[in-house]
Design a protein around this ligand. Structure first.
Ligand code: GAL
Length: 653
């Protein structure tokens, strides 16, 4: 799709007079941009009424960009079906779990299960691919826009209901098998036909978790099928073009690994300041990093999406200044626009594309900054992008992301299962994964975030966060793995149908770990359980398990004398949710025992390797000395690293 490291921008030619386009394209090229994403919300301009296509303007826009040597990533417009289409097919609208129709007037107003809407998508995408599939200016396609944004994966429409019943029939064959799998004898929930099954909402109290987890799986499968309709059409007409989608921050409602089976490159939309405002619960941290973003959040997603993209990823939308959608929309500290971009490249991104070229003076996103102000004066981000492009020239070919020795296994299904039966209000899969990631990264490590299909052979240490259902193939891979394995609580505690396994947790990992979990408890953070490890006292802060040790060593015990950490050969099991201090101490020891070199980093200083380069980023709060962290020739930056600045060293071979 792109050069090894390209700078891009999101552009909406349909928002501006055509007389501006040529100048826009020239200035894009001059600032160092080589890729432009366009078109993803333009259906009402591409097809103002059913069957009347108006593609000439888009063709002229692509020609104009192409004339400046810019490669176009063409977005399919399916996130914004036009009014005439919605009116012709009103049942294509999604329905919330409150039973209300999610109407026209913003975006993403469609139900993934609606077959008629899928056909309409196939039609418009096919027309676009017919027209632009061989255009030399188009280098790649983006399907739709941010699947799942605005909580749109699960829809409770009639189409979803009928689709779900079919899906269940295909999965279980007979309704008796479904009753068995869901345990419907409980509370007399048995069905005598698939047609009796409803969507899991509107019941008096909690619906059956097996029912809900299957609905999560079904809903995820609809996103995959919806996307495949488009990739099939594009591949037929534009076989040489790359296809991608722009994923989001901490979004878990569909299986991104599965979507990527039909795609070439995973991209994601990185909004560091919007994200810290939305996701950070610790108010002190939120304020320290309000203008820089969390030092690990961007990196986590780079590593996750590089994992989903089997090594290929990029940033499709990079925040350029204040956004419009968080509760509070802070401005970025000077330097951060360049830093975020470079950090993406350091993690192996092929593309960092800024959102958007020019701030829109109308409609919903008027407060959202761009590279240019609404009056077309360059904004601060413009100059930072210019600087980033000079940095890139200096670095030349950076190669690929340095191989990591440590991996975290990530599972969307684990997240659904834990969400559907959390058992402790504060138990959060994402919190656990992200804390694990942060603890490892503070040790200066390069990390991979991988799915259950990844080849684990090259890792010295694998962390397996809570994964209730461990598929057989993955259990075998874990048994064959030769490095150190740390398994976190709740793993193997459910079957695929969401039952407790016959042999209790950790189910298929019982022999590997040499333990059996006999009881669990959850608690408020205030009532933490002390854990003695490494001659110090730490805590389990939300969850504890009581285990029977069959054939493992007990490495640490909790304050009541119960095993807190066990180890059988190379496989360790933690029986509770560790606080940050315990995670850091334990991971540090495991990493060093596994023979991986570490380097303790101060608060907001982070590192990443790509090819022969090592990158250093300062998220704050204080300046640091570069020589404390980097060896080799410094090719970008000076001796001192200010907050919001970057340094890059070329390592001696
Ligand atoms: C993204 C979206 C863009 C734009 C942007 C604003 O979620 O893909 O279209 O709305 O947010 O930050």
């Amino acid at each position: 799709m792109v050069a090894a490291a390209a700078i891009g921008v999101c552009y909406y030619p349909e928002h501006w007079p055509e007389s501006m386009w040529a100048d826009d394209a020239r200035r894009m090229r001059e600032v160092g941009i080589t890729r432009v994403r366009i078109g993803e919300f333009s259906w009402s301009r591409l097809e103002p009424e059913a069957g009347r296509y108006e593609f000439d303007w888009l063709s002229r826009a692509i020609d104009t960009l192409h004339a400046e040597g810019l490669g176009v990533i063409l977005g399919t417009p399916t996130a914004t079906p036009p009014k005439w289409l919605v009116d012709a097919m009103p049942d294509m609208l999604a329905v919330g779990d409150d039973g209300r129709v999610r109407s026209f007037g913003s975006r993403r107003h469609y139900c993934f299960s609606h077959i008629g809407y899928r056909r309409e998508c196939a039609r418009i995408v096919s027309e676009l691919a017919k027209r632009f599939g061989a255009h030399p200016g188009v280098v790649a396609w983006q399907t739709d826009n941010e699947y799942g944004c605005h909580d749109t994966v699960r829809s409770y429409s009639q189409s979803a209901l009928l689709g779900f019943r079919h899906w269940l029939q295909a999965r279980y064959g007979t309704v008796a098998a479904l009753n068995e799998a869901w345990g419907n004898v409980f509370w007399s929930m048995e069905y005598s036909s698939f047609n009796e099954i409803e969507l899991p909402s509107g019941a008096v109290t909690e619906t059956n978790p097996s029912h809900r987890v299957d609905f999560d799986r079904y809903s995820s499968d609809q996103v995959i099928a919806f996307n495949k309709v488009q990739t099939d059409v594009i591949r037929a007409r534009a076989p040489t073009h790359q296809i991608l989608h722009n994923f989001m921050t901490f979004h878990v409602d569909f299986d991104h690994f599965a979507v990527m089976d039909d795609m070439d490159i995973a991209t994601w939309d990185s909004y560091p300041l919007g994200s810290i405002d939305v996701f950070e619960r610790d108010l002190v941290r939120k304020s320290i990093y309000a203008r820089t973003g969390d030092p690990d959040l961007q990196a986590f997603h780079h590593d996750l999406y590089r994992g989903t993209g089997r090594g290929r990823f990029g940033i499709m939308e990079q925040q350029p200044g204040p956004v419009n959608w968080a509760q509070y929309n802070t401005d970025a500290k000077p330097g951060m626009i360049r830093l975020w971009g470079m950090e993406g490249f350091a993690h192996g991104a092929e593309l960092v594309s800024y959102f958007r070229w020019r701030q829109a003076p109308f409609a919903q996103e008027q407060f959202h900054a761009g590279l240019n102000m609404p009056d077309n004066t360059p904004d601060r981000a413009f100059f930072e992008v210019e600087e980033l492009s000079r940095d890139l020239k200096m670095l030349g070919d950076m190669g690929t992301a340095a191989p990591a020795r440590v991996a975290i296994v990530y599972s969307y299904e684990a997240q659904w299962m834990l969400r559907e039966q959390p058992q402790g209000r504060n138990f959060s899969y994402i919190d656990q994964v992200f804390s694990a990631y942060r603890s490892l990264r503070e040790l200066g490590l390069d990390i991979d975030v991988v799915g259950t299909n990844a080849d684990l052979a090259s890792y010295a240490l694998v962390i397996l966060p809570s994964m209730p259902y461990v598929p057989d193939a993955f259990a075998s891979a874990l048994k064959a793995f030769q490095g150190t394995l740390l398994v976190m609580p709740r793993t193997g505690s459910r079957t695929r149908s969401h039952h407790i396994p016959d042999n209790l947790a950790p189910g298929p990992l019982a022999d590997l770990l040499g333990i059996k979990v006999t009881r669990v408890e959850s608690f408020r953070v205030g009532s933490a359980v002390p854990v003695t490890y490494d001659n110090e006292t730490f805590r389990f802060d939300r969850w504890r398990e009581f285990v029977e040790v069959k054939s493992a060593d007990v490495i640490a015990r909790d304050g009541d004398g119960h095993p807190a950490l066990t180890r059988k050969v190379r496989a360790c099991y933690l029986t509770g949710s560790p606080d940050r201090a315990l995670m850091e101490r334990l991971f540090g020891r495991l990493v060093r025992e596994a023979g991986v070199e570490t380097q303790i980093l101060s608060a907001g200083v982070r590192m990443r390797g790509r090819g022969r380069y090592r990158f250093l980023f300062n998220y704050g709060p204080d300046p640091v000395e570069v020589s404390d962290y980097l060896k080799g020739d410094i090719v970008v930056g000076g001796k001192r690293l200010e907050v919001g600045d970057i340094a890059v060293a070329r390592e001696a071979r």
